[in-house]
Design a protein around this ligand. Structure first.
Ligand code: PLP
Length: 383
């Protein structure tokens, strides 16, 4: 596992290496793309239909609707539930922007809640406190690949009589006490952005539901609210998934379990490496009992985060801060009226967390290099 420093320093470690995943699938993907090109059917054709059926089966839902992105998955799910001005939707303050952005775009108010510092996911007790008569939905995020506490959230939502929309954009294949991310709430939203565990060759997304009426409404809204062409029952949008993306995703989707297994192996390998280096000041991600983490990101917390990040990047090691600014401190949400200090766990996570490379094709040598470089930072700092 250990390689001489001189050799290791030659190794570049990108945060993500999509070429390594593409290479063995190249032929099959090009075949699928050619099939679509030859058919000249680019919008809502047999590839999208087949992908929807295949993913509904693997995700354990009755309906899966291909859409244009993870952002549009969230947007169209909220639209289908009739959320708009005067409504409140509870979301964590610490996530990718789209989670709260979609709520605000519909004229509704994102009501922000702090995270549980262990899993980085929305704190159910905070959700309970944030409920008001105007609450129309609870939108937890299964951040980094680990599910939020869905038992508590479904209980709270059930008590309040509001739907749960799962932002599962980072968590395809993750489970919580045997149930799949995106199959527990009223609707589940997925992203096929290239950096997600199942990535398209561009943008794409999916909404899942077990509610036939809601599924039908989402399909209607996906195509400008028209059942019959040019006759519009609703004001929807163009939220369609392309046939080319669907064809690529159909080749990739069957490999997801093995890619997830590789990410989980790499997570174990990091744990062993951090332990071997005695880096006790580094807090590693946690997989709660009953949870199955899919490690879309491997996020650690560490002292002098920004200095470590610069140190790694200067040595060709990819790493990134997800997310440096929680929603309540974003410029565009100043009118929500939150102040610094309002959500201390999220603010701390924003200041201390760093994502390391975790993609399946990462080698042991590369991981060894990442961890020994972090160790050398702290040694140099001590000296
Ligand atoms: C990626 C992501 C989205 C948005 O997905 P896009 O496909 O990029 O629009 C939404 N929420 C979370 C938590 C995400 O990670």
């Amino acid at each position: 596992m250990w390689i001489p420093a001189t050799q290791a320093s030659q190794l570049p470690v990108p945060l993500l290496d999509l070429k390594a995943q593409y290479e063995p699938l190249r032929e099959k993907i090009l075949e699928a793309v050619t099939r679509v090109c030859d058919s000249q059917r680019f919008i809502l054709g047999p590839e999208t239909q087949a992908l929807e059926a295949e993913l509904a089966a693997t995700l354990g839902v009755t309906d899966a609707i291909g859409v244009s992105s993870g952002t549009d998955a969230l947007l169209v799910a909220l639209m289908a539930l009739g959320i708009g001005p005067g409504d409140e939707v509870i979301t964590p303050t610490y996530s990718f922007f789209a989670t709260a952005g979609c709520v605000a775009r519909l004229g509704a108010r994102p009501v922000l809640v702090d995270i549980d510092p262990v899993t980085y996911n929305i704190d159910p007790a905070g959700v309970e406190r944030a409920l008001t008569p105007k609450t129309r939905a609870i939108m937890p995020v299964h951040l980094y690949g680990h599910c939020a506490d869905m038992d508590a959230l479904l209980r709270i939502a059930g008590g309040a009589g509001v739907p749960v929309i799962e932002d599962a954009c980072q968590s395809i294949g993750a489970t919580w006490h045997g149930r799949q991310a995106g199959a527990m709430g009223t609707a589940g939203c997925f992203s096929f952005f290239p950096s997600k565990n199942l990535g398209a060759f561009g943008d794409g997304g999916l909404v899942t539901t077990q509610d036939a009426a809601l599924g039908a409404e989402i399909r209607l809204l996906r195509g400008h609210g028209a059942q019959r062409r040019y006759y519009h029952d609703r004001i929807g949008g163009n939220f369609r998934l392309d046939e080319l993306q669907a064809a690529v995703l159909r080749v990739k989707a069957p490999h997801l379990p093995e890619w997830t297994a590789a990410r989980r192996r790499n997570a174990d390998q990091y744990r062993a490496l951090f332990a071997a280096h005695g880096l006790s000041q580094v807090v590693l991600p946690v997989e709660l009992a009953g949870a199955f983490h899919i490690y879309n990101q491997f996020v650690i917390r560490l002292p002098q985060r920004d200095a470590v990040k610069d140190y790694l990047q200067a040595r060709g090691i990819g790493c990134e801060v997800y997310y440096p600014v929680p929603f309540h401190l974003q410029q565009c949400f100043q009118d929500l009226g939150y102040t610094p200090g309002a959500f201390p766990h999220s603010e701390r996570a924003a200041a201390e967390s760093l994502a390391l490379p975790i993609y399946g094709e990462l080698t042991e040598a590369q991981q060894g290099h990442v961890v020994s470089t972090i160790a050398s930072f702290y040694e140099a700092a001590r000296a």
